[in-house]
Design a protein around this ligand. Structure first.
Ligand code: C5P
Length: 211
């Protein structure tokens, strides 16, 4: 077995307002189904569902109960991973391609940890109260996507370290950095955008039907 895919899908999808994102439909299929198809090459797929939700394990796909935070959901999935490499992917990014997943995996295999990123198109500033604050150097900044790839042992150590320090992050690469290990960058994809707000769903439907 070479790679375990971890799908933290235990969020309640409150900003989207359609219930847990894993079961939101785009193009007639749930976000979970989109992810399962993208990762059909993987030997093992572990999915964290919201508390109280249950699904039957099917072949290489196994379902667990997630935790109160994304980080805790991933930690629970990691305990069960049996391959030496893991890819962690948010189901909220249904159009991340298989090609992207394979490029991330290849880089992670060589480097220990790799994530897809995109340049930032907009001007970025700090908000100081209600006022326009200092501008941030957008040339140096990147938007971080998933899937993110890691040596399983490295990500386990990073999660254990974060738990010990009480450190919470919104993605897994931050935990690896906090442990003191470098994370390689891979060119991301515009289509791997994250469905967060209701208007993102309309965009997603349009993308499905335009091919
Ligand atoms: O809230 P956010 O969009 O950052 O969540 C990113 C991913 O983490 C989603 O796929 C969500 O289902 C998952 N998540 C989780 N467990 C939680 C909270 C979020 O698996 N407790």
């Amino acid at each position: 077995m070479e790679v375990s895919v971890l799908l933290p899908a235990a969020g309640l999808g409150e900003r989207l307002g359609r219930g847990p994102k894993a079961f939101v439909r785009v193009g007639g299929r749930t976000l979970l189904d989109w992810a399962l198809e993208t990762f059909s090459f993987a030997d093992e797929v572990l999915v964290a569902l919201p508390p109280g939700y249950r699904m039957e394990d099917r072949g290489r796909v196994r379902y667990l109960e997630g935790g109160p935070t994304r980080q805790e959901s991933v930690a629970r999935l990691l305990e069960e991973a049996s391959a030496p490499m893991v890819l962690v992917h948010d189901v909220a990014r249904p159009f991340a391609s298989r090609d992207l997943a394979l490029r991330v995996l290849e880089k992670a295999r060589a480097f220990g940890a790799a994530v897809p990123v995109l340049p930032v198109p907009d001007t970025l500033v700090e908000a100081v109260g209600e006022e326009y604050g200092p501008a941030l150097p957008r040339e140096r900044l990147r938007l971080v996507q998933t899937p993110q790839g890691f040596f399983t042992a490295l990500l386990r150590e990073a999660h254990a370290y974060a738990r010990k320090k009480g450190f919470q992050a919104t993605d897994d690469a931050q935990l690896v950095r906090a442990l003191g290990y470098p994370v390689a960058l891979v060119e991301g994809e515009a289509r791997a955008f994250k469905l967060t707000y209701p208007q993102d769903l309309a965009l997603a439907e349009a993308l499905v039907w335009s091919g």
